[in-house]
Design a protein around this ligand. Structure first.
Ligand code: ADP
Ligand code: MG
Length: 254
């Protein structure tokens, strides 16, 4: 299988993008895949949550976007069996600097092409905006995975994202597609969540992953230990759901 690149995106903050990125990465690594996480959020949460210290990165995704380093030079090994192209606040400046440059939205795509042989999966953790950084992710990707909470307003934001995907598909990256919606932080005791979860499935059909990620405190605790939940507490319900999700992703692409 050739290298597949997926953006984990949703323009809302706090919906579970970073949790999905690091735990899917750890799950894929556990089932034998070679994985790179690209942190495109200047907050650097995916970097820290993979056990890489964002405060002491010799090189980061910033250097890669400005083409002063390759992916192979700038990436680091995380604690959970996958590599990390890390980010920190420096990346917020790249947004401004990139505007001036040629091929400004294709920098990541170009950089990842040189790492083709090294990975099976690249997961790009996007910031909560449709910025030039996110655009770099969308231009590089084969598909988008959208984590969503099963709340009443979840569908509102979704149409903006779906439109953006359509536009990028039409103008910049004909390969891009919506891979699927992932229901996260699910609490089966809440009737409204059950209803929205079912609505999503009936409305979007097989664009909704079968795996559902439960709300699970171990997933929320893991980042403070510098690990994905999948390695922090492998027996927890959250960890098991993400390993199941990794298997579902691999099966979908087979
Ligand atoms: P985003 O990257 O979209 O901003 P995060 O992945 O950082 O979202 O998640 C937001 C918050 O919710 C974090 O504190 C995270 O630990 C917590 N969280 C995410 N997924 C779960 C889950 N399945 N169960 C419990 N807490 C979760
Ligand atoms: Mg995040």
């Amino acid at each position: 299988m050739s290298m597949r690149i997926f953006c984990i995106a949703n323009q809302k903050g706090g919906v579970g993008k970073t949790t999905t990125t690091v735990n899917l990465a750890a799950g894929l690594a556990q089932v034998g895949q070679r994985v790179l996480v690209v942190d495109l959020d200047p907050q650097g949460n995916a970097t820290m949550g993979s056990g890489v210290d964002k405060r002491s990165l010799p090189l980061s995704v910033y250097d890669v976007l400005l083409e002063s380093a390759t992916v192979a030079e700038a990436c680091q090994r995380g604690v959970a069996g996958y590599d990390v192209l890390g980010a920190n606040r420096e990346l917020a400046g790249a947004e401004v600097e990139l505007v001036e440059l040629e091929r400004r939205e294709r920098r990541l795509k170009h950089a990842l092409a040189a790492a083709q042989a090294d990975y099976d999966f690249v997961l790009v953790d996007c910031p909560p905006s449709l910025s030039l950084l996110t655009l770099n992710g969308l231009c590089a990707a084969h598909g988008v995975v959208v984590p969503m909470q099963c709340e009443y307003f979840a569908l509102e934001g979704l149409s903006d994202l779906v439109n953006t995907i359509k536009q990028v598909h039409a103008n910049l990256n004909p390969e891009l597609k919506l891979i699927g919606l992932l229901r996260v932080m699910f609490d089966p005791r809440i009737t409204l969540q059950q209803q929205v979860a079912e609505q999503l499935k009936s409305h979007f059909g097989d664009k909704v992953f079968n795996t559902v990620i439960p709300r699970n405190v171990r997933l929320a605790e893991a980042p403070s230990y510098g690990q994905p939940g999948v390695t922090f507490d492998p027996s927890s319900k959250g960890a098991q759901a993400f390993v199941e999700f990794a298997r579902e992703m691999v099966a979908r692409l087979a």
